[in-house]
Write a protein of this length. Structure first.
Length: 231
């Protein structure tokens, strides 16, 4: 066997070994110890599934079956609980915004935070860098409405100028000017929307919306963020 052939075999073996390491790497995700994300859901407020897809939406078909659980590393907590919430709507008071992370997500008028029309956001300060594995958002779910331009981003700083990453974006026509998304719109229910974050490291979470099929206002009931302090 000549030197070139031996070199080729050795190189191929190294590539195969490297690919195997990448496929089995569980350092960041903790995939060797995954468990279903355990959510405490509020009570449903309407029975059955919506039949009519609103005109002009890309809404995903509704299902009458519980969604499959998101698998995450064991030992995560809701790191958004009780954390400070700010908003692009300067009319929203701190006491109202605090409802978004107070743990009460039952469907009632007093639990819903209303923001003005147009593209608005709420932002959660996690109090330091964290590994984030899931963001769960409940808008108002008193009826099966579809919220527009739902975009979830994370960043390293409060001004969202450093290391901004998008976890979810269903603004497919870029109406809100944050880039065209590829995710589907969805009917709001008591299950909320679970967004996988895959261990992304960030200190701030920002959630956008632009009204719904029922109202020009933006409505939030609760946001939960599941993660752990960054190593």
């Amino acid at each position: 066997m000549n030197t070139l052939v031996r070199f080729g075999i050795a190189a191929a073996s190294l590539v195969f070994f490297a690919e195997g390491l990448r496929a089995g790497d569980t350092t960041n995700s903790g995939s060797s110890d995954l468990v279903p994300l355990n959510l405490k859901l509020p009570a449903p407020v309407f029975i059955g599934t919506p039949k009519d897809v609103p005109a002009g939406t890309t809404v995903e078909p509704p299902s009458d079956k519980p969604r499959p659980p998101l698998l995450v590393p064991n030992g995560l907590t809701n790191i958004a609980a009780g954390k400070k919430v700010t908003s692009s709507d300067t009319n929203a008071s701190a006491s109202e915004l605090a409802k978004i992370t107070d743990g009460d997500k039952e469907s009632s008028d007093e639990n819903v935070v209303l923001l003005r029309k147009g593209t608005q956001y709420v932002q959660i300060d996690l109090g330091g860098p964290h590994e984030i594995f899931a963001v769960v958002v409940w808008h108002a779910f008193n009826e099966p409405k579809v919220y527009r331009d739902v975009i979830v981003q994370v960043a390293d700083n409060a001004g969202f100028h450093r290391n901004v990453r998008t976890l979810f974006n269903n603004d497919q026509d870029n109406t809100s000017g944050l880039g065209a998304g590829t995710d589907r719109e969805y009917f709001e229910t008591h299950e909320g929307k679970v967004i996988a974050a895959k261990g992304v490291k960030a200190g701030f979470v920002r959630l956008y919306s632009r009204g719904s099929t029922e109202s020009v206002l933006n409505e939030y009931t609760e946001v939960e963020v599941y993660g752990r302090p960054a190593q």
